[in-house]
Design a protein around this ligand. Structure first.
Ligand SMILES: NC(=O)c1ccc[n+]([C@@H]2O[C@H](COP(=O)([O-])OP(=O)(O)OC[C@H]3O[C@@H](n4cnc5c(N)ncnc54)[C@H](OP(=O)(O)O)[C@@H]3O)[C@@H](O)[C@H]2O)c1
Length: 187
């Protein structure tokens, strides 16, 4: 069974984006995102892909990038020559049932709001970076993470909390939380 994980960075007010982008720059969070997702499959909504592709940020290296869109044929024909499907694929199936996935991969749903909304009730775990500041956002995480307490238990691995407080000293800080169903199962 493929493990499915939602991964997001959320500001103090639940904001996740503005005008198709993330209105902040947290290098440590980007590095964390890279380390957690490397070698696996990342699934993103078409609007997030467009915003990142404009700035030549995707496809993200070392990961199979799957873009969810209703315009599969249009996007495939646009990108098929440039990238093999093992690097960049397009689907209209959130479960990626029609995509050939790498063996033993995890699926990371990495935004945006539309994709989070549709997957939040079905994922096995959530990785949330909670930014301590507020930003001017026009797109928001679909649910207050605090309200997920019934089904999900926030959990910060001790080794991570320590290394983060060490590394983030004097820089913009955030808290990394893992939300997993109770009882907590660490894979
Ligand atoms: N803070 C974070 O961690 C984070 C992470 C990622 C993105 N973001 C931000 O989130 C914002 C974008 O979010 P968004 O909600 O506007 O858009 P989105 O979720 O990125 O993309 C929505 C699009 O995905 C496609 N889609 C979604 N579900 C589908 C389904 N079941 N079947 C077929 N197609 C489907 C549709 O594309 P078509 O219209 O092509 O059919 C839809 O218009 C940006 O500001 C971005 O920077 C933030």
């Amino acid at each position: 069974m493929v493990q499915k994980i939602l991964i997001a960075a959320i500001d103090k007010d639940g904001g996740i984006g503005k005008d198709g982008y993330m209105p902040w720059h947290y290098p440590a969070d980007l590095k964390l995102f890279m380390n957690l997702t490397m070698g696996n499959t990342i699934v993103m909504g078409r609007k997030t892909f467009d915003g990142m592709f404009d700035r030549e940020k995707v496809p993200l290296k070392g990961r199979q990038n799957i873009i969810v869109t209703s315009k599969v044929a249009e996007y495939r024909s646009q990108f098929a020559d440039k990238y093999p499907s093992s690097e960049l694929g397009f689907t209209d199936d959130l479960n990626c049932g029609d995509v050939e996935l790498a063996k033993d991969t995890k699926i990371f749903y990495c935004g945006g709001a539309n994709l989070y909304q549709q997957t939040i009730d079905t994922v096995d775990m959530m990785y949330l970076s909670r930014l301590e500041d507020s930003y001017d956002c026009d797109t928001f995480f679909p649910q207050d993470p605090q309200s997920l307490g019934q089904e999900f238990a926030p959990y910060i691995p001790a080794y991570m909390a320590k290394s983060f407080s060490d590394r983030m000293a004097g820089k913009k800080s955030f808290t990394f939380e893992i939300y997993a169903p109770k009882p907590l199962i660490i894979y």
